[in-house]
Design a protein. Structure first.
Length: 242
């Protein structure tokens, strides 16, 4: 039987398509770990809130799992861990309570909080010439560095997403780029904040959080766990104004 002259070409195209499909199906997902500098992110959102005279304070009720998903391609990326680095302001009861509630909401979506602590320090006021007690959170950058390097050595991620503009992270990122050249680092700037030039130069890729991202990645007023059980309710100060 004489074969149609175009049949060979169609067969080759079919085999090529099957090969591409097979490679796509068999290719492992890219493992993503996210490292979020909680205070960098919070203060960026707080500045937006202040600029809006409180109108946008509800951005603080931010679902970090949804936010990190924005920067992935679900066809090739799998977020395996989101780590949130922060500390409780225990000397401020109202803020402490809101922070506790927020961490509960984050944990309901699988976010892993890594909590440091504030340290009391003397702060000099040049206007009045007096020294008073203040508090400074100093552990987050160290904790991020430790977890980032540890996770790289344990081969827990292929891509690391770092939400921060803290140049103190230059050292650990430079170390990972040198020791693990196949692992990629994406640096994500907090909303309406410029990237750290040092971090930008070291990262494989960069991104920025926009106000639209914040708007689309909020928790519901009542947060439920996977079983539908109530976890917590949004603090009144984080509710959108009518």
């Amino acid at each position: 039987m004489q074969q149609h002259p175009g049949s060979d070409n169609r067969c080759r195209q079919t085999r090529a398509l099957e090969t591409r499909l097979a490679s796509f199906i068999l290719a492992p997902m890219i493992r993503v770990h996210c490292y979020i500098d909680g205070f960098n992110l919070f203060h960026a959102i707080d500045d937006i809130s202040r600029a809006s005279r409180g109108e946008l304070n509800y951005y603080k009720w931010l679902n970090l799992s949804k936010l990190m998903a924005v920067f992935t391609d679900p066809k090739v990326h799998k977020i395996e861990q989101i780590k949130y680095f922060s500390a409780y302001p225990t000397w401020k009861p109202k803020q402490h309570e809101k922070h506790l509630i927020y961490v509960k909401a984050l944990q309901s979506t699988g976010v892993n909080p890594i909590l440091g602590q504030f340290k009391e320090k003397d702060i000099y006021c040049p206007e009045c010439g007096l020294t008073h007690k203040g508090h400074e959170e100093k552990e987050s950058d160290v904790n991020i560095a430790v977890h980032l390097i540890s996770d790289a050595y344990e081969d827990r991620f292929d891509h690391a997403f770092i939400v921060s503009r803290d140049s103190d992270l230059v050292g650990p990122i430079k170390y990972i780029r040198a020791k693990f050249p196949n692992k990629r680092i994406k640096v994500i700037a907090p909303p309406l904040r410029r990237h750290s030039k040092e971090l930008w130069a070291l990262a494989n890729s960069q991104a920025s959080i926009s106000k639209l991202h914040l708007e689309k990645c909020l928790f519901d007023e009542i947060v439920l766990d996977a079983a539908g059980t109530k976890v917590c309710t949004r603090p009144a100060s984080y509710a959108p104004k009518a």
